[in-house]
Design a protein around this ligand. Structure first.
Ligand code: FO0
Length: 424
């Protein structure tokens, strides 16, 4: 079906449950019942995260997820349509943990996209899964196709589009096909030369305009992980889009003009890099985080911003889980590098020594804890206002966010998105 014709902006919220949470459902942090009628009315899509790809190349529950419990959760999600008839329930296939280059299941997307027969079967199985559980579409979160997978990626999306169109005809339904697309130039450069062909079969491309900075290779200074605009004195990155082999080739003058380097890795940069490749604005969705990223042993100059840090790399986290002072849930989750917006509000209010700052160029808040040498980059209603203003001024399709369970009790961030996009 075509992008949301209701004229409203898309508001696409991920709902995330891990396999162990499914099996102990509803004893989880964020059961479906937390999605109140009021929240359901502020959403146009919910992306259920995540579905996997089994060793036969078919859409399937992630390993260890109980079949019956999963079906019950899907039923609870599709029941939310009683509060909002326009709500579309999507399921997201893959995600970082399942499909990143170092993942044990990194080959599942690659194999499923590798031949016409594999693509046909993969799409068939996902559409059967969609119909069986009453979903309204498929969101493919392959993170990420390699350069050598790029042509297969386009062929896969075309196959999904063909089969979705057939399914729409036979069941008078409106199904959608979306992907989670790279927000940073490094991963984007893998399929950038085919971007217009990637987007052609889609209803939306949801840009993962977050995770720009985190405890991983190549990042040596604390910086915002999802800022809208660059700051003149922030650490810059080499622009990998300069390496792209365009067809037809672009002159070096054109490349250096279109892709400044080094450059600030930001949400605005990602949107502009998509517009350069003629991605239609009404398919372009900006992703925003309902979580923050925390950096340990951050230098104290400049209120902890653009300072060296020393945070354990690698997934899963293997170090001390208690260093993000005031984040009790971080200890429970054994992940002190990621704090939900709800955690951050408690950390700020709890007298742990955090101070909030707001960067006037980047339009991004951060927390600094000088006593414990901590830097936390996140989004709040102030930065979300700039992002929804941006979405309106650039006439984008709307906003995606990761994820519903990370907002505070009052739904502060979801309300800021809804109000920012729907009110003057
Ligand atoms: C080690 C490393 C290097 C470079 C980039 N990295 C990431 O971008 C990344 C992302 C996630 C992740 O899950 N992001 C969430 C928000 C998400 C939401 C929706 C769809 N897909 C992903 C992650 N857990 N680890 C990550 N590690 C790295």
């Amino acid at each position: 079906g075509s992008p949301n014709t209701s004229g409203k902006y898309a508001v696409i919220g991920y709902y995330m449950l891990g396999p162990d949470e499914i099996n102990k459902y509803p004893a989880v942090d964020f059961p479906v019942s937390n999605i109140s009628p009021e929240k359901a009315k502020m959403l146009t899509h919910i992306n259920y995260a995540f579905i996997g790809i089994n060793d036969k190349g078919q859409c399937d529950l992630l390993k260890g997820a109980n079949e019956q419990k999963s079906a019950e959760v899907f039923q609870l999600l599709t029941n939310l349509k009683q509060y909002n008839a326009n709500l579309k329930l999507m399921f997201s296939v893959g995600g970082w943990a399942f499909s990143n280059d170092a993942s044990p299941t990194a080959n599942r997307f690659r194999d499923a996209a590798s031949t016409p027969a594999a693509r046909t079967e993969f799409a068939r199985s996902c559409i059967a899964f969609m119909k069986k559980h009453g979903f309204d579409g498929v969101d493919l979160d392959w993170e990420y196709p390699r350069k050598q997978d790029a042509n297969n990626f386009v062929a896969l999306l075309k196959e999904f589009r063909t089969q979705i169109n057939q399914a729409e005809k036979t069941s008078q339904s409106d199904y959608q096909l979306t992907i989670a697309g790279a927000g940073g130039a490094f991963f984007m450069s893998r399929y950038y030369h085919l971007l217009d062909k990637v987007v052609e079969p889609l209803d939306y491309i949801n840009l993962m305009t977050y995770d720009f900075n985190g405890p991983w290779q190549g990042v040596t200074k604390t910086n915002f992980h999802a800022h809208l605009y660059g700051a003149k004195d922030e650490p810059k990155f080499y622009n990998a889009l300069r390496e792209v082999q365009f067809n037809p080739p672009k002159s070096w003058e054109e490349i250096t003009k279109l892709f400044p380097s080094p450059f600030a890795l930001t949400a605005d940069a990602a949107v502009k890099q998509h517009l350069i490749m003629k991605v239609p604005r009404n398919k372009l969705v900006m992703g925003v985080p309902f979580y923050g990223r925390a950096f340990r042993k951050a230098g104290t100059d400049n209120y902890g911003l653009y300072q060296t840090f020393n945070t354990q790399k690698g997934d899963p986290y293997r170090g001390d889980p208690t260093w993000l002072v005031g984040c009790d849930k971080c200890v429970e989750r054994n992940e002190p590098r990621i704090a939900t917006y709800a955690d951050i509000k408690k950390m700020l209010a709890g007298g742990f020594g955090y101070k909030r700052h707001f960067h006037s160029e980047a339009k991004a808040p951060w927390l600094h804890n000088a006593k414990h040498n901590l830097f936390v980059t996140y989004d709040d209603k102030e930065s979300m206002k700039y992002k929804t203003d941006y979405i309106k001024q650039e006439k984008l399709a709307g906003v995606m966010f990761w994820h519903l369970g990370q907002d505070d009790q009052e739904s502060t961030l979801l309300k800021s998105l809804h109000n920012g996009l729907n009110k003057k």
